[in-house]
Write a protein that binds this ligand. Structure first.
Ligand code: IPM
Ligand code: MG
Length: 372
């Protein structure tokens, strides 16, 4: 029996999580485990009604679970940034979910916009650092003069900046990116270990030619960590170049490790080459603590309640969740069932099918049960 927390969130979030749960329960029936879900009402509606984003109490309750199944957040009634920073990023930071695992895999039967590429060419994993970089959320806007104390408080370290800035520009905005030796080392180590289990090739992404302090450190740590994994072939790429190679030669990649900000950008590109945002899953992982699994797409508010959203990304994120729990056979069966539903054409409109969200989800659950 596994106890798992779920947060449907906003927009299409609740619908797609419902489908994901159906499929994970079917996997439990076939592989002899049960799941006990605890749903949390966190998101835009609660925020508008009560002003609460993520409370101490939510965090305490969520910390009792090994895994959180997360739909999406984002709502047009609320200014961009409030829910994202107050809920999603707050969860990533609070639980120190330092690995953002994003498989980029073209499933059989899915169309990619890359001419001539097949599932044999598109099968790699992006390991995105998930707690540092320009995501730490420290910065400001000011005119003339600003004195500020900026803090980053983490389990691993604390950083405090004291700033005293003078300017005669009309207005100034700045945002500080933070990269640490230990933060880089732990996520890169995770990526090396993953590469060892795969094709033993690891690509590191940075922009050390321009942002040479933050990504210079990232690069130095990568070179040092590489010495411990002599059987893994390594390479550096600049982030601008990797966007080109993802399109031109995706078959070159096995595992890609990247700082947070660039990881955000290149995984949307990755989602497109694997067939679209409706298919791309992600895991926010703390190998020793509570981890969180979600589709990488957002809440698509205009499709809320219309039974049109593609549930595959969320169901696939559920497969990553099962992997995290150690249910590897069940995790693989979920991906096979997704592939079966695609072969049978029981897919949503974005993939050229006629099924609604619920029908597509139920069909995948049925395939899992039947062992297809
Ligand atoms: C993602 C999203 C988030 C991010 C947003 C919603 C804060 O784009 O998970 O990729 O930037 O990390
Ligand atoms: Mg993103």
């Amino acid at each position: 029996m596994y106890r798992i927390a779920s947060i449907g969130g906003d927009g299409i979030g609740p619908e797609i999580v419902t489908e994901g749960k159906k499929v994970l329960e079917a996997a439990g029936e076939r592989f002899n485990f049960a799941i006990d879900w605890t749903d949390f009402d966190i998101g835009a509606d609660r925020y508008l009604a009560t002003g609460k984003l993520l409370t101490e109490d939510d965090l305490f309750e969520l910390s009792k679970f090994r895994a959180i199944y997360f739909g999406a957040i984002g709502d047009e009634r609320i200014k961009p940034g409030i829910l994202e920073k107050g809920i999603l990023l707050a969860l990533r930071f609070h639980f120190d979910l330092y690995v953002n695992l994003r498989p980029i895999k073209l499933l059989s039967g899915v169309e990619t916009p890359l001419a001539g590429k097949t599932p044999a060419d598109i099968d790699f994993v992006v390991v995105r650092e998930n707690t540092e970089d320009f995501y730490v959320g420290i910065g400001s806007r000011f005119r003339k003069h600003e004195k500020a104390e900026l803090n980053v408080a983490r389990e691993l370290y604390n950083v405090k900046f004291g700033l005293d800035v003078e300017s005669d520009a009309e207005e100034v905005a700045y945002q500080i990116g933070v990269v640490t030796r230990e933060g880089s080392r732990r996520v890169q180590t995770y990526a090396f270990e993953l590469a060892e289990k795969r094709k033993k090739k690891l690509t590191s992404v940075d922009k050390a030619n321009v942002l040479s302090d933050v990504y210079g450190l990232w690069r130095d740590v990568f070179s040092e960590t590489a010495k411990k994994y002599p059987d893994v072939k390594t390479e550096f790429t600049f982030v601008d170049a990797i966007t080109m190679w993802f399109v031109k030669n995706p078959e070159w990649f096995d595992v890609v490790v990247t700082p947070n900000m660039f990881g955000d950008i290149i995984t949307d590109l990755g989602a497109m080459i694997q067939g679209g945002l409706g298919l791309a899953p992600g895991g926010n992982i703390n190998p020793k603590g509570t981890s969180m699994f979600e589709p990488i797409h957002g809440s698509a508010p205009k499709y809320k309640g219309m039974d049109v959203a593609n549930p595959i990304a969320t169901i696939w994120a559920g497969s990553l969740l099962l992997d995290h729990l150690g249910e590897h056979r069940a995790a693989a069966a979920v991906v096979s069932a997704i592939e079966q539903s695609i072969r049978d054409g029981v897919v949503t409109k974005d993939m050229g099918g006629a099924a609604g969200t619920a029908k597509a989800g139920s069909y995948i659950a049925e395939c899992v049960r039947k062992g297809k």
